[in-house]
Design a protein around this ligand. Structure first.
Ligand SMILES: Nc1ncnc2c1ncn2[C@@H]1O[C@H](COP(=O)(O)OP(=O)(O)OP(=O)(O)O)[C@@H](O)[C@H]1O
Length: 273
């Protein structure tokens, strides 16, 4: 009797489990893709699938033959043409916004963020540029290996020393993780976005590229304008004030992905209460 009940239970739960896992997977995949240019790929697939379904329902034999024969070449073509977008989507899928993938941690404290922002303000006044990367869940060993390992306690003076002109490490990016300066002089991937402002040079392009390739947060101090900007999730937020940066960093380090506009809305609704 028990085995019958168990069998009945499993035969009920199995399809629920299968549908649940598939729905979760497709939702996560869509969520990752919706943030990137790979949504164009989804549109192509949806259009092709709709056309195929219509041909099937209306029994349009010639169109059905056509769709059957173009499926594999189209899939290969899309994988080749959209390879960077697909790679980014998968990276975001596994780095994810889901708690399940929260393996790594970034525990840079509020005081340490203050030290970083103090350094940024001094750099702004001295008209020096800087690029600081905060890895989150995804490891960025390849980026760290492209520079020089520092592995030192975080301090305003060390950041200033690194980004001062004529120091061997001022060219490139600094990596800060868990309140420590892990490396400096690191090379970041450049963004391939074409709709980025023409006035942005390679420093901003590198910050954006890093935010496209990984879930890291990047701070950029512009040597030319003195603006402090931030990139993450393939977006660049230009010229932010120090308080916004601090609040955003704290939120982002605790995996609460937030934009400056959302932060302002939260602050104004807190004031209203
Ligand atoms: N791929 C890269 N990885 C890390 N750092 C980079 C990379 N490309 C450029 N940089 C840094 O950016 C500096 C050049 O900045 P550039 O003036 O071209 O950029 P920008 O976006 O106009 O910034 P700024 O507003 O500070 O002038 C380089 O000296 C180097 O330190």
């Amino acid at each position: 009797m028990w085995t019958d009940a168990l069998q009945n239970f499993f035969s009920f739960i199995r399809p629920v489990l299968e549908i649940g896992v598939l729905a979760w997977f497709f939702y996560r995949f869509y969520e990752a893709i919706a943030q990137t240019k790979a949504q164009q790929i989804i549109r192509v697939f949806v259009t092709l699938f709709s056309a195929y379904a219509l041909s099937y329902i209306l029994k349009l034999e010639v169109l059905l033959w056509f769709f059957k024969n173009i499926t594999i070449p189209t899939a290969i073509f899309i994988c080749i043409v959209y390879q960077p977008e697909l790679r980014r989507s998968f990276t975001q899928l596994w780095s994810g916004r889901s708690r399940i993938f929260r393996i790594g941690t970034q525990t840079t404290s509020g005081d340490q963020i203050d030290s970083i922002l103090n350094a940024c303000n001094v750099l702004v006044n001295k008209r020096r540029g800087a690029l600081i990367v905060f890895p989150r869940r995804l490891g960025i060993k390849n980026i760290i290996d492209s520079g020089t390992r520092v592995n030192a306690d975080l301090s305003t003076s060390l950041i200033l020393t690194v980004f001062d002109h004529d120091t061997p490490l001022h060219d490139g990016a600094m990596v800060i993780q868990n309140g420590r300066i892990v490396a400096a002089g690191c090379y970041l991937p450049l963004s391939e976005q074409t709709d980025i402002k023409k006035s942005f040079g390679t420093r901003h392009r590198a910050a954006l590229g890093m935010a496209e390739e990984s879930d890291a947060v990047v701070l950029v101090v512009s040597e030319e304008t003195g603006a402090i900007s931030m990139t993450y999730n393939a977006n660049l937020y230009y010229d932010l004030d120090p308080l916004t940066i601090k609040r955003m960093l704290l939120a982002l380090f605790s995996y609460h992905d937030i934009t400056p506009e959302e932060l302002q809305q939260e602050a104004s609704s807190d004031e209203a209460e």
